[in-house]
Design a binder for this molecule. Structure first.
Ligand SMILES: *Cc1c(COP(=O)(O)O)cnc(C)c1O
Length: 340
């Protein structure tokens, strides 16, 4: 099977497993796991933040961040396709009692002006208190679109002017940085908190990290514990993250080149309506026959290629650590002979 459903499907490499097996461990709830501490230190330093917290998933880091930044009754601003709204089980509302207001966006990217226009008058008791803005980079539903760091900076200026917090859902921030060559510290200094997934393009089996200032991360640690997210000898997992930082960051451009190849092939197929411009490792395809998604997925599966449905008439393919050039050659051949 060539599994292009997501970049989460990667298996740990032999070298990563070795690093996990060799990791020194301790009880992380006591703060005594040296490998977790090392990962948290390293991520905080990379992103120019004071502290970091290792969590089980990107949903957990995002949800903890939202909880720390807000009070019940507050409002969160984001794109309607944002993971924090669409794919976290209603967590923003259920865990933190916040309403969500959508910003008009182009492939997941909005502007500082859009943010400013959506802020409620804090003096009007009828209205929810606008409290938090969430940016997703890369934007998954935008087809892996990369945010402009300068626009994010302008969003931060609006947030500062209105006393709002700014959170980065950077599940795939390393993919974004591989494209625009921005430094992690650019993103860290632009945002109050950053969530980074180790289990997507970086290829670790489990884990995400939240970074922020010391007070924010101290409160985040309390919320993680309250929600049952305290882990004990988690160093075996953190070791996979450290290994990923050392060995799987510089190769991300390969995933992007392979996604570009898929884009070029798909673009020419008679049954494809359009492909969202490929910027990173995500390829979103709209079919001419909007009811044809199950048929295309089944035909691909018959030929041992997996993709996922991605909204009406759309499907998504994602390249990753376990898809080499040979796999893309095979997929290319299959796509060209498909007559769904
Ligand atoms: C995958 C992802 C997350 C986190 O998902 P988990 O499966 O909970 O780790 C968060 N945001 C975005 C944009 C994602 O793609």
């Amino acid at each position: 099977m060539i599994d292009l459903r997501s970049d989460t499907v990667t298996r740990p490499t032999p070298a990563m497993l070795q690093a996990m097996a060799n990791a020194p461990t301790g009880d992380d709830v006591f703060g005594e796991d040296p490998t977790v501490n090392e990962l948290e230190r390293r991520m905080a330093a990379l992103f120019g933040h004071e502290a970091a917290l290792f969590c089980s998933s990107g949903t957990q880091t995002n949800q903890i961040a939202i909880n720390v930044h807000t009070r019940p009754g507050d409002e969160v601003l984001c794109d309607e396709g944002a993971h924090v709204y669409r794919y976290e089980g209603g967590g923003t509302m259920a865990n933190s009692g916040c309403s969500v207001r959508f910003l008009p966006a182009e492939r997941g990217r909005f502007t500082a002006r859009d943010v400013e226009a959506a802020i409620n008058d804090p003096g009007n008791p009828h209205l929810a208190r606008t409290r938090l803005v969430v940016i997703e980079n890369t934007a998954n539903r935008g087809g892996g679109a990369v945010w402009d760091i300068a626009e994010a900076g302008r969003v931060r200026a609006v947030c500062d002017a209105h006393g709002l917090a700014l959170h980065l859902d950077g599940a795939r921030i390393f993919n974004a940085m591989a494209v625009d060559r921005t430094a992690p510290s650019h993103w860290g200094t632009t945002f109050h908190s950053v969530s980074i997934c180790l289990s997507k393009g970086l290829g670790a089996p489990v884990g995400s990290v939240l970074t922020g200032n010391a007070a924010l991360i101290a409160q985040a640690r309390r919320v993680r514990k309250r929600w049952g997210g305290g882990m004990r000898q988690a160093g075996i997992l953190a070791a996979a993250g450290l290994h990923a930082l050392d060995h799987h960051v510089d190769r991300l451009h390969e995933d992007h080149e392979r996604a570009k190849r898929l884009e070029r092939i798909l673009f020419d197929l008679p049954w494809v309506e359009h492909v969202l411009p490929v910027e990173t490792n995500i390829v979103v395809v709209a079919l001419k026959d909007s009811g044809g998604v199950p048929r295309v997925l089944a035909a691909l599966k018959e030929r041992e290629v997996l993709a996922v449905a991605f909204g009406p008439g759309m499907l998504r393919l994602v390249t990753h650590l376990d898809t080499d050039d040979e796999a893309i050659d095979r997929v290319a051949g299959i796509l060209r002979t498909l007559h769904p």
